[in-house]
Structures are given as structure tokens and as C-alpha cells.
Design a protein around this ligand. Structure first.
Ligand SMILES: *Cc1c(COP(=O)(O)O)cnc(C)c1O
Length: 366
């Protein structure tokens, strides 16, 4: 019996290369794009281990949990790490990055998360990229949560290693990811004796055996199911139009934010300023004494299809995540989330104005 997932023909090298080219077009980049066949943590870790070592001084910007992870990898590689942590309710500024360069002129590597789905903030990468270029540092960017939800432009911004994953705003599977690599980044890897080689983590293997060989022979059997899914999700973004997809995410964020403010009941946008709030997901702060995990459980009991989650770790006490990405970047999802959260707050005796919330959300949807 035929089955949509099974008995797939092997994916050819030419097909694999064409998917890479398609991702490169999405990122508007002339850099090499290497598709990694694993969840985005594979290129995120591979790129750090390839480019950082005992001679590296890294500025590691922490605006959420992923920044903490990158700092741990950098230290593990022997790099000297300067952590720049900003509160999760805000974004980092280019001025803060410049101040770090003034204080530590030896910085030659900057790691940054573009948008954080886990905390709901987004950072001004274009401005930061300018500062990083002036410093001459290598610029590593986690754009997993931003790609598809807002512009991600490695060439225009001077990003040397730009990592994306398909599982957030692209609406794809979690098992495939990609990284764009600048010439400077390849040179740094080649000069790094500790860069992984002959390893699944290795980007250099792909450079030497795939890119430099004219992309004729793959290193191993490609994960054809994930590759076909990645191709399909880029195709879908192309056919809807990247601008339209991004506008949908921006509208979902604006509508969730406006609706929350009008809802009342003590629920507030977690990120103070709208300009720092990520289009991919909106985080909300619960009233004091009302655990986010309790409100989320009540809301999901009413509608299990809503993309709601409590924050991770200690954030579960006070943070609700509205993951309005991919197909969930839709007016119905925002209305549903406001309705269910409003009911959960009302159950706890908190005063809410649901009609006002829905009206504000509809008005904010651009
Ligand atoms: C989702 C996400 C990733 C991928 O990690 P998972 O925990 O496996 O989803 C990486 N970086 C950022 C900023 C993300 O939002």
C-alpha cells in the first residue's frame, strides 16, 4: 500500500542543493547556505564549536534562555565570555553593544538571539550588525524564531552565521535547519584546530566535501521526509508571499497585545514596549498570585487547540506564551486565546471585559 511518508525515493544531491538555494533566496543571501539535518540546536552548537576557541573573546547577549545556552557552549570551547544580560521584558540596544566593545576592545565574536519565542522579545539586529561590523567581530545569530515572522537579512546586516529552523513561523517540521555562512566564518573555522571535523556537528565537513566539491555528492543519506517538508514550507511562504506571511505575524502580535490591555483582569503584555515585542509570539504577565500554569491549564481545558503555554522554569509562575506562529498567526487564534484566558481569569474572580478585548484585537489586526 502506498503511504505518504513511507517508501520514499532517495533525495538526489541536485534536489538537496535546490532546497538550499531556495532557503538562500528566502534569506536574500549570497552566502553559502548549509542545511543541517537535525533540530536547530545542531547548527547552533556546530557553528559555535567551529568558530570559537581559547583565543576567542565572545560577547554573549542574553535576552532569554537560548543566550544562556550559547554562553555555556562558548565557555566549553575555551572562549573568554562576556555576558551581556538584559531583562526578559526588554530588548538589547546597539548602544549597549557598543558600550561593551568600548569596555572590552578585544571582543571578536558576538552571539545574539534575534527573536526569543520563550520570552517574546526581538532585538534590533540591523543596528547591532552595524556596531559589530565596526568592531570587526564575527556575528552569530539565532534566527530560528524570527524567520518567517519578520525580516531576516544576513547579508544586509553583516551576519556571519545565521541559523534558522523550520518549526516556528515557517510552519515546518522541527527536524531540519539551516545556517548561512560568510567567507569570514569559513576562514575562522578552517583556522580553528578545535573545530569539529569528521563529525555530525561539523560545518567544515560540509564545506570541504559538499560546497567545495560543487555540491555533487552528499555526505550521507539525506533525511528526505524533512527535506521535502522544508521545501514545501519555503514554497508555501513563496506562494503566500513572504511580506504577507510576516504581516500576518505582526498583526497577530499587535492584536494579542491590544486585546490583552483591553481585557484587564491584571493580565499585561510581558514585554513593556511594543517595539521590543516579537512578531512570532506574545508573552503575557499574570497578576501577582495567579500562576501562569494555572491560567493556561484552565484555558486549554476550554480549548485544547489553542497555542498557549506557560513560561519555562521559574517563568511558569508569571509568564503565559501565546505562540501565534505559522498557521496560528490568524485572527481566530488571537480571539480564541483572549476568550479562553478571559474566562480563566473570570473563573478566578478577576474582572475582565471580553467584548472590549475582542474589539481592540480586531482593530489592531492590520
Ligand atoms: C524555538 C527556538 C529554538 C529551537 O529550539 P527548541 O527548544 O528545540 O524549539 C532555538 N532558538 C530560538 C530562539 C527558538 O525560539
Amino acid at each position: 500500500m502506498t503511504h505518504p511518508f513511507l517508501d520514499l525515493a532517495p533525495l538526489s544531491a541536485a534536489h538537496f542543493a535546490s532546497v538550499e538555494d531556495r532557503v538562500a533566496r528566502l534569506l536574500d543571501t549570497a552566502q553559502d547556505v548549509v542545511i543541517m539535518q537535525g533540530e536547530a540546536l545542531l547548527p547552533l552548537e556546530g557553528a559555535i564549536r567551529a568558530t570559537a576557541g581559547p583565543g576567542t573573546t565572545a560577547l554573549n547577549v542574553i535576552t532569554g534562555p537560548y543566550g544562556q545556552t550559547f554562553g555555556d557552549w562558548l565557555r566549553d570551547c575555551g572562549a573568554t565570555v562576556i555576558d551581556l544580560a538584559v531583562p526578559f521584558h526588554t530588548a538589547v540596544t546597539a548602544a549597549q553593544i557598543r558600550a561593551a566593545f568600548t569596555e572590552h576592545p578585544e571582543i571578536d565574536f558576538v552571539s545574539l538571539v534575534h527573536a526569543e519565542a520563550a520570552t517574546g522579545n526581538t532585538n534590533p539586529v540591523a543596528e547591532i550588525g552595524e556596531a559589530v561590523r565596526e568592531q570587526g567581530a564575527l556575528f552569530y545569530l539565532d534566527a530560528v524564531a524570527s524567520v518567517g515572522a519578520e525580516p531576516v537579512l544576513p547579508d544586509a546586516w553583516g551576519v556571519d552565521l545565521c541559523v534558522i529552523g523550520a518549526q516556528k513561523a515557517m510552519g515546518g517540521p522541527a527536524g531540519v535547519s539551516a545556517v548561512s555562512v560568510s567567507e569570514r566564518a569559513w576562514a575562522r573555522m578552517a583556522a580553528n584546530p578545535r573545530a569539529p571535523r569528521r563529525s555530525y556537528l561539523s560545518l567544515l565537513d560540509w564545506k570541504e566535501r559538499w560546497v567545495d566539491g560543487g555540491r555533487k555528492a552528499l555526505l550521507h543519506a539525506p533525511a528526505q521526509l524533512e527535506m521535502l517538508a522544508l521545501e514545501a514550507c519555503v514554497e508555501r511562504i513563496e506562494s503566500e508571499g513572504p511580506e504577507t506571511v510576516m504581516a500576518r505575524h505582526a498583526s497577530a502580535a499587535a492584536a494579542t497585545r491590544a486585546g490583552t490591555v483591553a481585557l484587564g483582569g491584571g493580565l499585561e503584555p510581558y514585554v513593556y514596549e511594543a517595539r521590543d515585542a516579537a512578531p512570532v509570539a506574545t508573552t503575557l504577565r499574570t497578576p501577582s498570585g495567579v500562576p501562569a500554569s494555572d491560567l493556561v491549564a484552565r484555558a486549554l481545558a476550554a480549548d485544547p487547540t489553542l497555542p498557549l503555554a506557560a513560561g519555562g522554569g521559574r517563568l511558569a509562575a508569571e509568564m503565559i506564551r501565546v505562540n501565534h506562529y505559522g498557521p496560528a498567526a490568524a485572527p481566530g487564534t488571537v480571539r480564541g486565546a483572549l476568550t479562553a484566558l478571559g474566562a480563566a481569569l473570570a473563573e478566578r474572580g478577576l474582572p475582565v471585559d471580553l467584548p472590549a478585548a475582542l474589539h481592540a484585537a480586531d482593530a489592531a489586526w492590520r
